[in-house]
Design a protein around this ligand. Structure first.
Ligand code: NAP
Length: 242
C-alpha cells in the first residue's frame, strides 16, 4: 500500500528517543521530510544522521515543549525550510507517577501543560497551514490510560483525557477540510520511559518500531476517513469496549 507520504513535510515533537523517534523514522522511511524536536541536541543529531544515511531528509530544532513559544516556532521552521507542512505528530514526555488523591494543583497544572496544552498549541499553530493546503494529518501520542486509567498515573490519566476531549472536538471542525486529528494510545512499549516505570510481571511489550508504523499509517493518505479517534496500540491489553 502506498501511504502517500513521499515528499510530505512532518513535524514530530519529543522525537529524540522512544516512540517519538520511532514515529519520525517511520515517516521518513515512507519518504516524508521530518523536522524533529526535543531538548537533547546530540540525540537529535544522531537521528538526523540516521535518516540521512537511509536516504531521507530530516532537520532538528532543539526545543522544550513546555515552552509555549516552541510549537509555533517548530511550524515556522518547517515552513521556512521546506515551504510546506502536511503532518504534525505531537508527543511529549510522560508525567511523574502519583495516586489521584496525592497529586497537588501544581503537579496537575504541569501535567496539563506538557501532556495537553503543548499538543493543543502545536495543532493550533499547524492546522491553518494544513487547511490552506487542503490536506493534513495531526496525530497526538497519548496513552492507553485514556481508555483505562492507570491507578498510579493520575496526572497522565487526567491530562491526556483532556487532550482526548479537545481532539474529538477539533476533529469535527476540520473534517470537511481534508484534515484529520487523531490520538494514538500506546500500551506498554520497550522505551526508556518504560524502563523507568518497570514492566509489570508477565506483561507483553510492543516495540517502538511497530508503534511508529501505526503513527505513519494514521498520517497517511489511506487513513483519510479515520478522524477523531483514539487508536489503542497495546496488543489487546486494555480492557474496555470503547
Ligand atoms: N513507552 C510506553 O510504554 C508508554 C506507554 C504509554 C504512554 N507513553 C507515553 O508516550 C510518550 C512517549 O513515551 P516514550 O516511551 O517514547 O518515552 P521516552 O523514551 O522516555 O522518550 C521521551 C521523549 O520525550 C522527550 N521529552 C521529554 N520532555 C520533553 C520536553 N519538555 N520537551 C520536548 N521533548 C521532551 C524526550 O527528549 P529530550 O529528553 O531530549 O527532551 C524523549 O525524546 C510519553 O508521554 C509517555 O508517557 C509511553
Amino acid at each position: 500500500m502506498d501511504l502517500g507520504l513521499s515528499g510530505r513535510v512532518a513535524v514530530v515533537t519529543a522525537a529524540s528517543k522512544g516512540l517519538g523517534r520511532a514515529s519520525a523514522l517511520a515517516l521518513a522511511a515512507e519518504g516524508a521530510r521530518v523536522l524533529v524536536s526535543a531538548r537533547s541536541a546530540d540525540l537529535l543529531a544522531d537521528l538526523v544522521g540516521e535518516v540521512g544515511a537511509a536516504g531521507g531528509e530530516a532537520h532538528a530544532v532543539v526545543g522544550d515543549m513546555t515552552d509555549p513559544a516552541v510549537p509555533q516556532r517548530l511550524v515556522e521552521a518547517a515552513l521556512e525550510r521546506w515551504g510546506r507542512l502536511d503532518v504534525v505528530v505531537g508527543n511529549a514526555g510522560g508525567p511523574p507517577s502519583g495516586r489521584a488523591l496525592d497529586v497537588d494543583d501544581d503537579a496537575l497544572r504541569a501535567a496539563f501543560e506538557t501532556n495537553a496544552l503543548a499538543s493543543v498549541r502545536l495543532a493550533r499553530a499547524a492546522v491553518p497551514h494544513l487547511v490552506e493546503g487542503g490536506w493534513g494529518r495531526v496525530v497526538f501520542v497519548a496513552s492507553a490510560s485514556v481508555k483505562q486509567p492507570i491507578p498510579d498515573l493520575a496526572l497522565s490519566n487526567t491530562a491526556r483525557t483532556a487532550l482526548w476531549a479537545w481532539t474529538k472536538t477539533a476533529a469535527a471542525d476540520v473534517a470537511a477540510r481534508g484534515v484529520t486529528i487523531n490520538l494514538v494510545c500506546p500500551g506498554l512499549h520497550a522505551t526508556d520511559r518504560l524502563l523507568e516505570r518497570g514492566v509489570p510481571a508477565g506483561a507483553r511489550t510492543g516495540t517502538p518500531e511497530d508503534f511508529g508504523k501505526v503513527v505513519a499509517f494514521l498520517c497517511s493518505e489511506p487513513a483519510a476517513f479515520v478522524n477523531g479517534t483514539a487508536v489503542a496500540v497495546d496488543g489487546g491489553a486494555t480492557l474496555g469496549l470503547l
